[in-house]
Structure formats: C-alpha cells, structure tokens
Design a protein around this ligand. Structure first.
Ligand SMILES: NC(=O)c1ccc[n+]([C@@H]2O[C@H](COP(=O)([O-])OP(=O)(O)OC[C@H]3O[C@@H](n4cnc5c(N)ncnc54)[C@H](OP(=O)(O)O)[C@@H]3O)[C@@H](O)[C@H]2O)c1
Length: 274
C-alpha cells in the first residue's frame, strides 16, 4: 500500500473507520483489520470506542510505530485548557502516549478558531500527537485554520466518494500542502447500488465498493477510511491494490460526483458547505 505524504505526515492511503462500532465490535474489527494488513485506524472521542480501539492495537502485537492512529476532539471540548484535558482523557482511554493525528471533528459555531488552533498546536508540541488536522472544514475555514496554525495541518477529513464532488475542498487543501481524508468513502453503502460503478466493477472482477475506494486512492493526496462490521467486507475493501482504473473510467466516475449526494449533514454542526 502506498502512503500519502502531507506536510511531514506519512499516512497509509487506506485506513479503517470505526464510527458506530462499539466495544466488542470495535475490538473485533480493529483486530481483524490489523490482521488483514490495515495500518491506519480512525477513531474519535464521539465514537465512544477509544478504549476498545486502544486494546485491539495493543493486543495485535504490531509495533505501535507501524500503526497510524487518528482520533478527533469533539466540539464541546474546543476551549483553551479544555482541549488539552480532553486529549489527555483520550490518551488515557487509548492507553497510549501519543496518537499520530489529532483532528478538530467539526468547526465550532461558538468557540473561535483563534482560541482552538493554538491549543491544538500546544498538545502537538507537548507530544500528545505527531500531527494535527481538521475535519468538515470548508475552503474558507481551511484558510483560516492554516493561517492561525504555527504547525502545518496534515489533513482535512471530509465526506468524499463517487456520488459527491469535492473539487473545491481538494484544491483548498492542496494549496496548503494538506491531504484530504475521504470519510464515508462508500457513501454509507450507497455506492453498491450505482449502475455505472457496477459496470466498471464487472470489467475488473471487483465490486462497486472496491471501485469507489480505488478511485479515491488513485487521486493525489487522498486517503480513504471505509468502515465495516464484517471481516469479509474488511478484506474486500483492502483488496484494491491489484488493479487500476483507466483515465476514461476515472473521467466517468468524476461525472457521477456531480449529483452531489451528501450523506452526513448534521444540522447542529454542519458548516455552510462550499
Ligand atoms: N469526520 C467525520 O465527521 C466523519 C463522519 C463520518 C464518518 N467518519 C469516518 O469515516 C468512516 C467511514 O464512514 P462511514 O462509516 O460513515 O461509512 P462508509 O465506510 O462509507 O460505509 C459503511 C457502510 O458500508 C457497508 N460496507 C462496507 N464495506 C462493505 C462491503 N465490502 N460490502 C458491502 N457493504 C459494505 C457497511 O456495512 P457492513 O458493516 O455490513 O459491511 C456500512 O453499512 C467512519 O467509520 C469514521 O471513521 C468521519
């Protein structure tokens, strides 16, 4: 598997998402993902599974340095002081000294970035994380965050898949040397029903999900983090490094994005999207 290099971070192109995987499921699936060969795991304070994820990584026997672990700070912990406290609590639950990437989960409507970004820099300087980044930021917010941050931002994690165009966000992130981490890369399962993806999949003897993931990781500075509670699906999602989409197929999938089907848009935190 290749890694994406972004502002000093080397991020495995394919990661394993853990949204909605609680306790036993999170433990079982992170163990399984690591056995399959995944070396990039995505969790968050909001997912309430940091403890199980940390235990699965420890029990895997794989050296900590070989695994790229991301967690995310929830928006109610963005105040200076509170942010640092929440990161200590995350590390305690994970039973780790550091994470590889620490993200602001969504932009906050009540706490200014001018307060939160310095706090995020501080935890990085103290060694709690190797890299910092943002999630669900629009191009205007990416610019603000990058301007306020002394340390470079490694990624903006956003919803991205063949049914949603993210050209503006991709360009905005690349301007600052950042990668884009594609969340809900399978459109929460919707890509499997798309007839165009089904047709391309047949040509390569793959499934539509594998085509979606391949289309993402074939792009410059893009990583993808599919989630599943099924071991066979985790293996299938990993089997995307033995084929390549042609330029014509990529162009066909690019056109699908114009339907702009966004699956995650929570009214309480969603910004005014690009
Ligand atoms: N930063 C954010 O705000 C944010 C928001 C959302 C998600 N995320 C991250 O991104 C990760 C992925 O996004 P997501 O969980 O929303 O959705 P997703 O990965 O796009 O899709 C997950 C769905 O696809 C199904 N699936 C996965 N592999 C499959 C396969 N090979 N065959 C058939 N069905 C398959 C799963 O069902 P089965 O379990 O039955 O396989 C599940 O219903 C999350 O887990 C989380 O880590 C971040």
């Amino acid at each position: 598997m290749h890694t994406v290099n972004a502002n000093g971070a080397a991020i495995p192109a394919l990661g394993f998402g853990t949204f909605e995987l609680r306790d036993a499921d999170a433990y079982r699936m992170v163990r399984s993902a690591l056995d399959i060969g995944y070396r990039h795991i995505d969790t968050a304070q909001l997912y309430r599974n940091e403890q199980a994820v940390g235990r699965a990584i420890a029990d895997s026997g794989i050296a900590r340095g070989e695994i790229f672990l991301t967690t995310k700070i929830w928006v109610d912990r963005f105040a200076a002081g509170e942010l640092q406290k929440s990161v200590s609590e995350s590390l305690q639950r994970l039973n780790m000294d550091y994470v590889d990437l620490l993200l602001l989960h969504w932009p906050s409507r009540s706490i200014a970035l001018a307060e939160t970004i310095p706090a995020l820099n501080a935890v990085c300087r103290q060694g709690a994380t190797r890299h910092i980044g943002i999630s669900n930021f629009t191009t205007a917010l990416i610019d603000q965050a990058a301007d306020l941050s002394d340390l470079p931002l490694a990624t903006n994690q956003v919803e991205y898949h063949p049914l949603l165009n993210q050209d503006k966000v991709l360009a905005g992130a690349r301007t600052h040397g950042m990668s884009v981490t594609a969340y809900s890369p399978l459109a929460q399962g919707e890509v499997f029903a798309d007839s165009t993806l089904q047709q391309i999949a047949v040509v390569h003897a793959k499934n539509p999900g594998q085509v979606a993931l391949r289309w993402l990781i074939q792009q410059d500075s893009v990583t993808a983090i599919p989630r599943t509670r099924n071991e066979a699906h985790a293996q299938a999602n990993f089997d995307i490094f033995d084929f390549q989409l042609s330029a014509d197929e990529v162009e066909t999938i690019n056109r699908l994005t114009l339907q702009n089907r966004r699956t995650i848009d929570p009214a309480s935190v969603a910004p005014d999207w690009d």
